[in-house]
Design a protein around this ligand. Structure first.
Ligand code: SAH
Ligand code: SF4
Length: 388
């Protein structure tokens, strides 16, 4: 079977070229054709020797993913649904802004973590994506958008691993994909512009620090283990104090000097002032591991029927943000993009089969609902972030 060259980082491609009797600089040329020019046809790689083109055609392919659908939102957001076989699909979303273009990339078909507020989590886990399948999302988006915009300039300036799946549960495929994103002969993105978002796979946070430190976002969603155990089941394995300690260790090598904590705002579940104050304590000098340099990114929950959860009112989100900001922690509220095409967080790949049975879903633990009524504080300005 032909080898898919999208599966290789530059080191891997060099080894492959070596096996064909070719020198490293040939691998660099080939890598640039694939990732910088978006070329899949070896015959068109004009500066490669004819003999090499022939060898490549016999043994290798540059194989993207079949596109099942593409939707463009009124606000410029583009969402692709890619076929990954056996009835599975993954989604990729491009979010254009004035000063950047962010691509939200999937790492798995489904997800095994099973967070209560996430529709991917409710679908269950199908399989890990390969390095080639992760990169095919960027390769397709970058070059298709360039062709459409009639430019040879870079379109995707930032990648966030915030699509479907838990990237740190697909570590072996993730790291070579990140390397291609960062490689100057590949997409040449700076480490600060590539973000891995994780629900908190502690040992893999440590490995990422050693192998390929990029910006880190951690999906926190709760200030106590009792609540987080219920919202993010992985917390039962890696509780909050261990997760915070891993964040601190990560910062020793990270390209940014803070971790971003994502916090999905769920009405009457995790959105009270008391929870905000508890978060301040957690990341402050008197928290379980001492101070954790961080920012908070509050995500208004994107509802889906099976969740049984609702979005916090906007005024509640602002009040929660105000408690954190007043406590000295930079806090942004994520603006939802692509609402008209269901491209918002947690709504991805709604079309994919639900692999958990209705019975299993009913058996999940019930979230404790806070008894206290909301205090409705005035909304505050200045806490809106422009990324999704
Ligand atoms: N598995 C990784 C990355 C993918 S999810 C993680 O959990 O971090 C990307 C972000 O979207 C996470 O912060 C996740 O908690 C959030 N998210 C998931 N479902 C959501 C929903 N329905 N509404 C709002 N945010 C959601
Ligand atoms: Fe998986 Fe992230 Fe969704 Fe949780 S929020 S189920 S870790 S994709």
């Amino acid at each position: 079977m032909a080898v898919n060259l999208l599966d290789f980082d530059l080191e891997g491609l060099t080894a492959f070229c070596d096996s064909l009797g070719e020198k490293r600089f040939r691998a660099v040329q080939l890598f640039r054709w694939i990732h910088q020019k978006g070329e899949a046809d070896f015959e068109r790689m004009s500066d490669l020797a004819r003999a090499l083109r022939g060898k490549l055609a016999g043994q290798a392919v540059v194989q993207g993913l079949p596109v099942l659908s593409e939707q463009a939102s009124a606000d410029g957001t583009v969402k692709w649904l890619f076929d990954v076989g056996a009835g599975n699909a993954v989604e990729t979303v491009f979010i254009p802004e004035d000063d950047r273009g962010t691509l939200c990339v999937s790492s798995q078909a489904g997800c095994a973590v099973g967070c209560r507020f996430c529709s991917t989590g409710h679908q269950g886990f199908s399989r890990n994506l390969t390095t080639g399948e992760i990169l095919a999302q960027l390769w397709h988006a970058e070059h298709q958008l360039r062709r459409r915009l009639g430019t040879t300039e870079r379109v995707v300036s930032n990648v966030v691993m915030m699509g479907m799946g838990e990237p740190l549960q697909n570590y072996a495929a993730l790291v070579p994909a990140l390397r291609v994103m960062l490689d100057d002969h590949g997409y040449g993105l700076s480490r600060r512009r590539v973000t891995v978002s994780t629900s908190g796979v502690v040992p893999m946070i440590d490995r990422l620090r050693d192998d390929c430190p990029v910006a880190l976002a951690v999906s926190l969603h709760a200030p106590t283990d009792a609540l987080r155990d219920d919202l993010v089941p992985l917390n039962r394995k890696y509780p909050i104090a261990e997760l915070l300690a891993a964040c601190q260790r990560y910062l020793d090598a990270a390209p940014r000097d803070f971790v971003t904590f994502e916090y999905c705002m769920l009405d009457d579940v995790n959105d009270g002032d008391a929870e905000a104050r508890e978060l301040l304590r957690l990341v402050g000098d008197h928290g379980p591991v001492g101070r954790v340099p961080c920012k908070f990114n509050l995500i208004p929950f994107n509802p889906f029927p099976a969740s049984g959860l609702t979005r916090s009112p906007a005024a509640r989100v602002q009040a929660f943000a105000a408690v954190l900001s007043d406590g000295g922690v930079v806090t942004t509220v994520r603006k939802t993009r692509g609402d008209d095409i269901d491209a918002a967080c947690g709504q991805l790949a709604g079309e994919v089969q639900d692999r958990t049975s209705a019975r299993e879903r009913l058996q999940r633990p019930v979230i404790p609902v806070r008894a206290a009524a909301h205090e409705h504080l005035p909304a505050r300005a200045g806490t809106t972030e422009r990324t999704r």
